[in-house]
Ligand binder design. Structure first.
Ligand SMILES: C[S@@+](CC[C@H](N)C(=O)[O-])C[C@H]1O[C@@H](n2cnc3c(N)ncnc32)[C@H](O)[C@@H]1O
Length: 285
């Protein structure tokens, strides 16, 4: 099955700012997957109610991303992991504040709104401005501009501190692989130093072997972004910060046919890290 999508933008509709940087423009990859991938991969369909409209409004050329079926699958499968873990967390902490760090045009609150919780979607100011036009803030969900690579963002976002009683839900999807190792360490230090006990952090990661190899990635190579960080071994994830405890490492690609089902465990067996995975971390007292 081949997907072809290129909608001309509607008049007066927001466009992707021309000055959007390489990493910011990667937001189109998961957006295209959530907008168009369900029909191809019903077993990991996410039923995003907004993505197709957003893609249509932007009128961006996303055909190269739609031709990259492993990535379409991976985005949908990882969305299911993030969503499933977030739902389980909110079941135990129904009033917890959730935050999507580097949210792009993802909209987790469409699935996680339980009528009582609050949500923050945070990204670079230029992305937030675009987002505010397409997915305006609501009474219990707001769009906030920030820079995840600048230490001090926890206070700037006015997030609850380490003595707060209610834990936080933090989703950090599709971004840390584009940060330098020192920036990743700083992000995790910010979370580890500040998050209330019991908070849940979910982030996806690539393996160290993929660092510097984005020019070979069928989707990312079209954006100009580069992979800059990935753990050398999964054990590394458990040593990132003394308060960040690795609860689980989720595989994402093993459902994508036999080559991945075979290659992924083999790669992990050889190198001690999956090609791509989702880390689930709990913040200790
Ligand atoms: C691949 S997109 C992922 C978007 C979203 N999480 C998703 O999965 O659909 C990467 C996102 O990281 C954001 N980003 C990159 N650098 C950032 C920074 N320094 N601070 C905040 N957001 C950043 C980009 O603007 C972009 O929206």
């Amino acid at each position: 099955m081949t997907l072809r999508v290129h909608h001309p933008p509607e008049p007066d509709c927001p466009r992707l700012p021309a000055a959007l940087g390489a990493v910011a423009s990667t937001l189109l990859i998961p957006l295209a997957a959530r907008a168009c991938g369900d029909a191809l991969f019903p077993e990991v369909a996410v039923g995003d109610r907004h993505a197709a409209r957003l893609l249509h409004a932007l009128g961006a050329e996303v055909q190269p991303f739609l031709n990259d079926q492993p990535t379409l699958y991976g985005v949908l499968a990882r969305t299911q992991v993030f969503r499933g873990q977030a739902e389980a967390f909110l079941h135990d902490h129904p009033r917890a504040l959730g935050i999507s760090l580097a949210c792009g045009l993802a909209h987790y609150f469409q699935w996680l709104d339980n009528g009582r919780n609050r949500w923050i979607d945070a990204d670079l100011p230029e992305v937030t401005a675009l987002r505010e036009q397409l997915l305006p803030s609501e009474p219990r969900r707001r769009n906030v501009g920030f820079d995840l690579s600048q230490p001090g963002w926890w206070q700037r976002l006015d997030l609850p501190g380490p003595h707060a009683r209610t834990p936080l839900l933090l989703i950090c999807e599709g971004v840390l692989m584009y940060f330098e190792p020192a920036q990743v360490a700083a992000v995790l230090r910010e979370i580890g130093d500040n998050a209330p006990p019991g908070s849940l952090l979910l982030f996806d990661f690539i393996c160290a072997q993929a660092v510097g190899q984005a020019q070979w990635h069928p989707s990312v190579r079209h954006t100009g972004a580069q992979f800059r960080w990935g753990p050398r071994r999964s054990d590394e994830l458990a040593t990132l910060h003394p308060r960040l405890q690795l609860q689980a490492e989720h595989r994402v690609m093993q459902g994508y046919g036999w080559p991945f089902a075979t290659l992924d465990p083999f790669f992990r067996w050889c190198f001690g890290v999956p090609l791509y995975g989702v880390a689930q971390m709990r913040v200790a007292p």
